[in-house]
Design a protein around this ligand. Structure first.
Ligand SMILES: [Zn+2]
Length: 432
């Protein structure tokens, strides 16, 4: 395994076409070069690990490549491309604002503007986590952006665009990068595994893709870990034990206990999970995701909307039939209402126990209420029939008004009040 290189570095995209997702950004940047409409500052915002600095470097290559394709792709072979790829090009600077704060960043920015590029047409200044720059550094940058030298291009990357001064923002072309979809990450890891001659089952691929939470880099980190643990044959069973991840089966058990209102067994089940050392926050998030998946299938009947393997999608389809949409909504509501409280609770254990019991109970209440509603609907049907028959049989206004008076007399009773509230007063006033 000693030859194994970190995947995120080894498989870092070198051309626009290799970037996972983000076509909107890559296409626009390609066009900028092809149409020769190049701005002096670009802002790439988005979650970590989605390709901001990767895109910045490819753009630097595209603008300086001596052998650009007619589609706007850098060749990745000429001297400029090669040096940018290796991080040694004298005209491409990278500054990590998160670790370089203070007088140095101001000077670095001022120097960037001072001298002509040494060998390329454009000089690039890529600032990662730009929102961390000091005010002085932003001021230095602003001064340059007010009258930028022809050759200078700033590419600013950030996870927090709202922390950047408006004066800077207004001078940037802005691009928002989004999280990468699970199936796109899955495909990418599949391709890398094939290249590395590593066999990996579908369940493991999905698990690794999902753990990255939309960041390819993080998923590739988990993939590397999986390979170092499992070797050249990654199997789900081993992987989930290694990562100590609750199996999907656990959540199907939980929803079974909930629909059976079985609070006794749900608590013993939780106890057995805790003995195995499962992290409660992961467990909490897992329940939320499980209920969400059930709701999505219940509402749309479209398993393609789930980020799960085919086997699990079928299980969701079967399980969703056993719940009503209303039940799932109520269960999710409880989980969301307690999310914050759970995160900061000093006793998560007790809180999750009481929540599980509540979920079992709420489900029972929903069943009870739906039973009550059907009973009331039956009554409603009956009374409207009586009403109809009554009007047909007797056109006599005197007896009709006495009937109405009887109903009105009872309006104060709590049952009548509830019925009126549910069905409207009209139904119970025969002649108003
Ligand atoms: Zn090139």
């Amino acid at each position: 395994m000693s030859k194994y290189k970190v995947s995120a570095l080894k498989y870092r995209p070198q051309k626009f076409g290799e970037v996972c997702s983000q076509e909107f950004v890559t296409q626009t940047l390609k066009n900028a070069k092809l149409m020769n409409k190049i701005a002096h500052s670009y802002l790439l915002s988005g979650p970590r690990g989605v390709g901001k600095t990767t895109i910045a470097r490819i753009f630097a290559k595209a603008l300086n490549c001596s052998n650009l394709s007619k589609e706007g792709e850098p060749c990745d072979e000429c001297e400029n491309c090669r040096e940018i790829r290796e991080g040694v090009h004298p005209d491409v600077f990278e500054l990590d604002a998160a670790s370089n704060r203070g007088i140095d960043d101001v000077r670095a920015i001022q120097d960037a503007a001072k001298y002509f590029p040494l060998k390329a047409k454009y000089k690039f200044f890529i600032v990662d986590e730009v929102h961390m720059l000091t005010i002085q550094a932003f001021n230095a940058m602003l001064k340059i952006l007010e009258e930028p030298p022809e050759y200078l291009i700033f590419i600013l990357a950030t996870t927090n665009p709202e922390k950047i001064p408006q004066t800077i923002l207004s001078r940037c072309q802005k691009f928002a990068l989004h999280r990468i979809k699970v199936n796109e990450i899955t495909e990418k890891i599949k391709a890398i595994a094939k290249e590395e001659k590593i066999t990996i089952d579908d369940e493991s691929l999905f698990l690794i893709a999902k753990l990255g939470d939309g960041a390819l880099r993080d998923s590739l980190g988990v993939f590397d870990m999986a390979v170092s643990f499992c070797g050249m044959d990654v199997k789900y069973k081993e992987l989930k034990e290694f990562l100590n991840i609750p199996d999907k089966e656990i959540y199907f058990n939980i929803s079974k206990f909930i629909r059976e209102s079985n609070s006794k067994d749900i608590l013993s089940f939780l106890d057995s999970l805790q003995e195995k050392g499962f992290d409660l926050q992961t467990f909490y998030n897992g329940i939320v995701e499980h209920l969400r998946n059930l709701l999505v299938i219940k509402t749309t009947d479209n398993p393609a909307l789930l980020d799960e393997s085919d086997v699990i999608k079928i299980k969701y389809k079967e399980e969703s039939v056993l719940f009503s949409e209303d039940q799932l909504l109520r269960l999710l509501k409880i989980m969301f209402e307690n999310e914050y409280r759970f995160k900061f609770s000093s006793n998560q254990n007790v809180l999750i126990e009481s929540l599980l019991v509540e979920l079992c109970r709420i489900n029972k209440e929903v069943v009870d209420v739906s039973g009550l509603i059907s009973e009331l609907e039956a009554i409603k049907k009956k009374t409207s029939n009586i009403n109809k028959n009554y009007s047909e049989i007797s056109k006599d206004s005197e007896s009709q008004s006495s009937y109405s008076a009887d109903v009105n007399k009872n309006e104060d009773s709590p049952v009548v009040k509830k019925i009126i509230e549910l069905f409207g007063a009209e139904e119970f006033h025969l002649n108003k």
